[in-house]
Ligand binder design. Structure first.
Ligand SMILES: [Zn+2]
Length: 569
């Protein structure tokens, strides 16, 4: 039986390379700008890819621009310089490296003179002639010219159409290829047609893009590991891919009001190690503390033999694409946290909103697991919500959706620090309850939890608590009418008060809703681990390995590390 065909995935970013490797592909063709049909990738991208891959072969495109394949002397000079730089990078690489280019004459034939110059510049790195061959008037004749030039491989669809349409020509090329360039079939190859193509042509190598819409709304594309897996499975390589040389982990960091909670989390969702740091000073000092803690965790992981593939950081404030636009307790304004940390750590870093991330974790592994419509409400110093509607997290036009704490709950009520009055969190939050207890004549400073424990024998505590419950119930009634969630999940320390909080809250919401039933109101199952778990999920997603979290179990993600020292692997 012939060996299973080799699968090459065409990619234009580092995430795509990693997805292709993870999906079991044999090789990538690395390009810049696939929307242009592929151009020479940047030297930075080439360097990072060769650094990061552990198994997969890397073919690097050299094409100075989109459009035709007839190049000016100046363009050829640039291509030769690119080839020399790639040959130098290839010399130190632990994976197989090749180069991909093609030059035609204005008459539409292989430009033999230009090809000789470029092959010389490639300095022994194997050369693939790319789909320029399909723009020639005679693919078979062009193939014979490339055989004479000593080209290693030809990427072709057997003519101007798709590989399926050119199957007859591909089969002819394969029959004459015993001592000539390997035929790499590409052009419209998909999981659904690859097997038929291989059967019809006998090709030993196939090439395809495995991209889907990026979901960021700009028309961008990302490589989908599921498509890679599907093609690899279709061509008959069903055995599991070899285990990666080192176990992959991510760094997860939960930035709170007063401390940092860092963790190393493995691909099963288990927390291997945690490290805490107190925030003693906001601003730059807090930023330095974040950097130091994460760098320390990364060093501990690498020393113990783990491979850090990404980091997830969750923080309060307004977050926009890796930038902390504003975080009041940290005194951060426009801090490019994602860029700073990914430069420090040399891995992808995702910056997430703390409550939204905890809500994500709760929806994956906690009290709202499996419910596409749910609202997670974090009651801490303030109050914020994470909204899932039809399975999608609601972020908002200015990334500030979920500011439940500043919903006007009491008309004409007390002033809020935000500038409004009567906000929900003026009455029901850690800060609000403590402040009102003193303002209404409480004898000493109490925390919200302490207030909740004195309701029977302290009338001021009872009054403050009752006002808080009323404000919260009105806010959650509005949330229910607006979003129709199946569940409202409360997180934060106060939410643990079952008898004094959850029971009366359920009654108040049911009373306020005259014509419909109330959603389930329950408390968080993940508790304070929610931030860490959410950060770890975001980190694996940033690393192009988001699927690993699909199989995480609640008990595993909740388990605290068994030792204070990372066990070496
Ligand atoms: Zn407010």
């Amino acid at each position: 039986m012939a060996a299973a065909p080799l699968v090459e995935i065409c990619v234009d970013d580092l995430d795509g390379v990693l997805a292709a490797e993870l999906g079991g592909a044999d090789r990538v063709e690395l390009c810049g700008d696939l929307l242009e049909g592929g151009t020479t990738p940047s030297i930075g991208l080439i360097g990072r890819v060769l650094d990061r891959v552990s198994r997969i072969g890397v073919q690097i495109m050299v094409r100075p621009r989109g459009g035709d394949f007839v190049y000016s002397p100046a363009e050829l000079e640039v291509m030769r310089a690119d080839l020399r730089a790639i040959a130098a990078a290839a010399a130190g690489s632990r994976v197989a490296v090749g180069v991909v280019f093609g030059v035609l004459t204005v008459e539409g034939r292989v430009d033999v003179a230009a090809m000789r110059l470029l092959i010389e510049a490639a300095d022994g790195v194997p050369v693939t002639f790319h789909k320029a061959i399909d723009a020639t008037d005679d693919v078979i004749a062009a193939y014979e010219v490339l055989r004479g030039l000593g080209v290693e491989r030809v990427l072709t669809s057997g003519g101007p159409g798709s590989a399926a349409e050119g199957a007859e020509t591909l089969a002819r090329l394969v029959r004459v290829s015993a001592d000539g360039p390997t035929v790499l079939a590409g052009g419209g190859v998909r999981p659904g047609n690859v097997r038929a193509l291989v059967t019809a042509t006998g090709v030993a190598e196939v090439h395809l893009r495995a991209q889907v819409a990026a979901g960021r709304g700009d028309g961008g594309l990302v490589t989908d590991v599921a498509i890679v897996r599907a093609v690899v499975a279709e061509v008959g390589r069903n055995e599991p891919e070899p285990a990666p040389p080192r176990a992959e982990v991510v760094l997860a960091l939960d930035i709170g009001g007063t401390n940092l909670k860092g963790a190393i989390v493995d691909a099963t969702g288990r927390t291997l190690l945690t490290r805490l740091a107190e925030i003693t000073e906001p601003g730059d000092a807090a930023l330095q503390l974040v950097r130091t803690l994460l760098a320390g965790l990364a060093a501990e992981a690498e020393t113990a033999g783990f491979h850090v593939v990404g980091a997830g950081v969750v923080t309060p404030g307004i977050i926009d694409d890796g930038v902390v636009v504003y975080a009041s307790t940290l005194e951060w304004t426009r801090v490019p946290l994602g860029a700073v940390l990914s430069a420090d750590l040399s891995v992808p870093v995702h910056i997430g909103h703390d409550v939204r991330s905890a809500g994500l974790a709760e929806g994956l592994f906690g009290a709202s697991a499996g419910l596409p419509d749910s609202v997670f409400v974090a009651i801490g110093t303030g109050v914020a919500a994470s909204i899932f509607s039809s399975g999608t997290s609601t972020v908002g036009a200015t990334t500030s959706a979920g500011e439940l704490g500043h919903i006007p709950a009491i008309p004409g009520g007390e002033a809020c620090t935000c500038g409004q009055s009567g906000c929900l969190e003026v009455y029901m939050s850690g800060a609000g309850l403590a402040r009102r207890y003193l303002a209404l004549g409480g004898a000493e400073a109490l925390t919200a939890a302490q207030i909740s424990e004195r309701l029977t024998d302290d009338p001021i505590a009872a009054a403050v608590w009752a006002d808080g419950l009323r404000a919260l119930s009105l806010g959650l009634t509005s949330v229910t009418l607006l979003l129709d969630p199946a569940a409202i999940v409360l997180g934060g320390g106060i939410a643990r008060a079952e008898d004094t909080l959850l029971v009366p809250l359920r009654e108040l919401i049911s009373e306020a809703l005259a014509w419909r039933s109330a959603p389930v109101v329950s408390r968080s199952l993940l508790g304070t681990a929610g931030g860490r778990v959410g950060a770890a999920v975001l980190a694996f997603r940033a690393a192009g390995r988001g699927h690993v979290a699909d199989s995480w179990q609640q008990a595993t993600v909740l388990a605290e590390p068994e030792t204070a020292v990372l066990q070496p692997r």
